[in-house]
Design a protein around this ligand. Sequence first.
Ligand SMILES: [Zn+2]
Length: 77
Amino acid sequence: MITCQDVNEWLLDYLSGELSQESRNAVDQHLSACPTCVAFVHSYSMTISLSRRLAVQPTPPELIERIQVRFARANRL
Ligand SMILES: [Zn+2]
């Protein structure tokens, strides 16, 4: 079973479809049991699609970093 940290690290590849099938399955399995990560995936993919819609630029790395920091903090609670 993978950890929330693994999901955090794999998420970009997961959302862009670059993760291996095996890893995708592991992430899917984790998501089915972890509301924290589901919420994280939602805000993450929403941020990406929002920034795609609202601006021509890609998601700023510092924004992704901020989300990841917030996620890591939420996981420690
Ligand atoms: Zn999780």
